[in-house]
Design a protein around this ligand. Structure first.
Ligand code: HEC
Length: 203
């Protein structure tokens, strides 16, 4: 959509530049070529109705040509649903979050924390039964978003969007022996992203 608006803007811009260039070229030429010092007489040009009408119609046609692409872009913007624009405000069901979270966990987290959630202590801690995972959501989201500097735990803030972080966090809080029964929504991740990185120890 942004791309379409940009193309529309640049197209209209160049049409205006070209029109301006020709109008000024004709004006400057007329002023110089028909100057008084050459002894030329003014002609009662304005009494020719058809010339004036033609001028008016040309401008009208140029205006209509400019309006058509603008209306097309406006109409396609109207077709966008609210969900397409701010995905972070969408809420998901527990089932949706668990399904998506499961896939993300298997793909990005299981190598270290293991599919069982038991990890490989002491290198990789267990998420199953971890009070950091089942405790305050802020602490969990902070760990997944920002990782833990100085350890192997990576920051996922640039790799995953709000919806994906919400899903994987919900999955960890409700898998294996972890049964908080609560879902984390993308809007909570949006809020957590803005908070400063904390390096607090396990609760
Ligand atoms: C390269 C290995 C690695 C990967 C991949 C990884 N982690 Fe970790 N994770 C760690 C390590 C190491 C720690 C322990 C950091 C510390 O010393 O507190 C940790 C700690 C955590 C903790 C805190 C657990 C606790 O009890 O302290 C959470 C939650 C967590 N990881 C979630 C995730 C999630 C979610 C993913 C996938 C999106 C993930 N991790 C991927 C290595 C990894």
């Amino acid at each position: 959509m942004t791309h379409d608006i940009d193309i529309l803007h640049m197209t209209l811009f160049w049409i205006c530049v070209t029109t301006g260039f020709f109008v000024f070229a004709v004006m400057i030429y007329s002023i110089i070529a028909h100057r008084k010092s050459r002894g030329l007489m003014t002609h009662p040009f304005h009494k020719k109705t058809w010339v004036e009408l033609t001028w008016t119609f040309i401008s009208l046609i140029v205006l209509i040509l400019l309006i058509i692409p603008s209306i097309r872009v406006l109409m396609s913007m109207n077709g966008l649903s609210k969900e397409d624009v701010p995905p972070a405000t969408k809420t998901f069901t527990m089932t949706e979050l668990m399904q998506k979270g499961h896939d993300i966990y298997q793909g990005l987290c299981a190598a270290c924390h293991q599919p069982t959630g038991l990890g490989l202590p002491p290198a990789y801690p267990a998420l199953n039964g971890s009070p950091l995972v089942t405790g305050p959501t802020d602490t969990l989201l902070n760990r997944v978003l920002n990782g833990k500097p100085g350890t192997a735990m990576p920051a996922f803030r640039d790799q995953l969007n709000d919806e994906e972080i919400a899903a994987v966090a919900t999955f960890e809080r409700n898998s294996w022996h972890n049964k908080t029964g609560t879902a984390i929504q993308p809007s909570e991740v949006t809020a957590a992203r803005a908070k400063p990185v904390t390096t607090e120890e396990k609760p």
